[in-house]
Design a protein around this ligand. Sequence first.
Ligand code: GDP
Length: 319
Amino acid sequence: MHLENANAKIYVAGHRGLLGSAIVRQLRCAGFQNLILRTSKDLDLRDQSATDIFFEAERPDFVVLAAARVGGILANDQYPADFICDNLSIQNNVLQAATRVHVRRLVFLGSTCIYPREAPQPLKESYLLSGPLEETNRWYAVAKIAGVTQCQALRRQHRCDFVSLMATNLYGPGDNFDLQTSHVLPALLRKFHEARVLEQPEVIVWGSGKPRREFLFSEDMAEACVFVLQVPEEELHRVAPDGLLNVGTGQDVSINELCGMLRDIVDTRCALVHDRSKPDGTPQKLVDVTRMQTLGWTAPTPLPLGIEKTYAWYQKHCA
Ligand code: GDP
């Protein structure tokens, strides 16, 4: 059942993360004030009984499951067990507890890395489980595939209104700028910034620079989540009978093209040096956004504008 009452109780799991914090801002902006928020210190969602007790006590009407262990291509390689174990636990605990207390709609955050490495582009929702995965992030991908599939099973057996949103590479204010664990956009933004400030002649870019990625501003993704919460059930079921919705801009850029944009915005002339000992990952990740467009949503923020806003945030808070 969709969100229409401003007093509805909404639990945003992972509200301190890049996306979760943006969702909280969007919900408040849209007039939804009855939010339930818990830090991971107060509620460890990997702990099944703690999660059950929390859901029994709070009985939220709506849930956005944005809590997850996330990270870039190297973090996936270094912490494979954390990526698969933590995500499987968090999802399983929340999805089962939400089923038990009859949550009216739950939005599960998937990722475009769930699609097979060699799938045709743009990636349609129907390509799920149609081929082998990309190796570099299969730990995370398998966990997310399990979550998406679990949502489908709960829809089918218990008529739960659980929807999965497959987000492309997110970036924005509050991002992780750690050079070892972050995704490419915040990592390179920081590297270009430091090159300018420290007058370094070059910036190290991992891999060949040829892979193509689709970047989505976190505030836009949050807007999409709040939008989906409000779509009437029949309409959602008509457009996404399997409960899957890709969320992206519908446009991708190569890592080298991204570097060009970042260099202009940060205003540095430094050279790019490719470190080919680092992996390229999947050659392309571009999603088909027809379903979200049919529902009436398109991403409003062009990539250069999103980068400018993220860079302004970075300069104020991290630089
Ligand atoms: P992916 O989308 O799961 O592959 O994850 P990332 O966002 O971490 O990486 C995307 C692409 O950017 C890969 O081809 C990386 O090798 C490349 N890349 C280039 N420089 C960097 C960097 O400094 N950090 C990261 N994380 N990726 C980089």
